[in-house]
Ligand binder design. Structure first.
Ligand SMILES: Cc1ncc(COP(=O)(O)O)c(C=O)c1O
Length: 429
């Protein structure tokens, strides 16, 4: 039997965390996060000893999280100056980071260059001109659109030709960008692609790795370009409910194998990079909410609906609203009493909009105000996507240490901080 890859805290731990730190609360299990990175690295390096694993900080850019990722041997992928600043604050040297982004500003590029960033992953021609203008000698990697369509939610598909990301290989944009770099003396070192996220079927990503390698090979044949870095992005899927991603070794074996076959006999030996986010941290995180209201209402179309309303929602986890994301959910009594049988419920948040988190999930039939709901697999794209919608301060992140202690990694925002940017002009007072 395959063990559940998701961190699932005991009822006692959920209660303890909720009582000590309040709700809503993001909790990360240190042991689980570290072991996800170790497993991924061990597997990737088994198939390519020179490979490099990078953590995509957009998944979770809490500074303590970045520190752990780096301490486990990951480099850090930053998609903005803010993410780069978070990595620097975590003590990660800029040379261990690369900068993504499909519309980088001049000041963002200048900041990264001043810090001596590892690489800039250039997305478009305008950006190449800006880098050239900065005359820095920074290493440049070109983001390419390999023209593959992954099987995943369309909002997280990025590898197709009809995309805003990168230089298209199919229409010759990628080759023109290589030529531009060579002719203008930019320090081009490699190529990057990212085809999409939560890829349960990794076929498109494997194909993209091969296409990237074939492209590198043809740039070698045509222009003598010696590729140093091939970055095949992130995208590996995780288990939110009962999904079963392809086993890690099979995934890495096929990904690395495809690239190496495409480069065989070319004399090219680039470092192979992956930059997953979700698959390293999602399953190590849980969000704890407190139930405030339970309502039984007539359901349109017949029958009854039990609403379990919690003290969070859209602002701390927009994924259900964005993609209809589903999760494993457990109900925990607030007072330690034994809970009843499971029956369907609709978990709803406290925000305007419908803010329906999860429809028809099984929760104990006697869950009531004061009890807790723990949502599994929320380590990625929850805190990093949080907002202040309806003027709720953003929640705290707590790390459950390997020795059982708790460490606050990010304290909850307070109302003063949330309102600190407001300016009321004199004549409006
Ligand atoms: C360029 C890039 N790299 C890496 C990632 C991380 O993807 P994932 O969290 O699915 O591994 C993303 C996610 O959107 C991305 O856009």
């Amino acid at each position: 039997m395959v063990s559940d890859p998701r961190w699932c805290p005991t009822d006692g731990l959920v209660r303890q965390l909720a009582v000590e730190f309040g709700t809503p609360l993001y909790a990360i299990d240190e042991a689980s996060f570290r072991s996800k990175i170790r497993d991924y690295r061990a597997s990737f390096l088994k198939f390519d000893a020179g490979a490099v694993l990078t953590f995509a900080s957009k998944a979770n850019s809490v500074v303590g999280v970045l520190r752990i990722a780096h301490s486990e041997g990951c480099l850090i992928d930053c998609a903005s100056e803010g993410e780069l600043r978070a990595a620097l604050m975590a003590g990660v040297p800029a040379k261990d980071c690369h900068l993504h982004g499909n519309n980088k500003s001049r000041s963002e590029l200048d900041f990264a260059i001043d810090q001596e960033i590892g690489q800039i992953v250039a997305d478009n021609r305008e950006e190449l001109e800006l880098i050239l203008d900065a005359a820095s000698g920074a290493e440049v990697v070109l983001r390419l659109a390999p023209g593959v369509l992954p099987i995943t939610n369309e909002k997280i598909s990025t590898g197709q030709s009809d995309t805003k990301f990168g230089f298209s290989i199919d229409d010759g944009d990628a080759e023109r960008a290589v030529k531009f770099c060579i002719d203008s003396g930019l320090n081009l070192v490699g190529f990057h692609c990212h085809v999409g996220s939560q890829l349960l079927d990794p076929e498109a990503q494997i194909a993209a790795g091969q296409i990237l390698a074939e492209f590198a090979r043809s740039m070698h044949d045509r222009y003598g370009f010696d590729v140093k870095i091939l970055n095949v992005g992130g995208g590996r899927a995780v288990s939110y409910t009962d999904e079963q991603p392809v086993p890690l070794d099979e995934y890495n074996d096929r990904l690395v194998g495809g690239v190496r076959v495409a480069l065989e006999g070319s004399g090219l030996r680039p470092v192979l990079v992956q930059e997953p986010g979700r698959s390293l941290i999602a399953e190590a995180g849980v969000t704890i909410y407190q139930v405030g209201v339970v309502k039984d209402v007539a359901r349109s179309g017949g029958g009854r609906r039990r609403f379990v309303v919690v003290d969070g929602g859209l602002a701390d986890n927009p994924r259900p609203a964005l993609y209809g994301a589903r999760y494993g959910i457990i109900g925990v009594s607030g007072d330690g009493r034994e809970l009843g049988e499971l029956s369907p419920a609709t978990v709803s948040g406290r925000h305007c909009e419908v803010d329906q988190l999860f429809e028809d999930v099984d929760l104990p039939n006697d869950l009531r105000a004061g009890d807790f709901v723990a949502v599994l697999t929320t380590g990625a794209y929850s805190s990093s996507m949080a907002s202040n919608y309806n003027r709720y301060p953003r929640p705290m992140t707590v790390l459950v240490r390997e020795d059982g202690r708790f460490s606050v990694l990010q304290r909850a925002e307070n109302f003063e901080e949330m309102l600190s940017r407001e300016v009321l002009p004199e004549d409006l007072k």
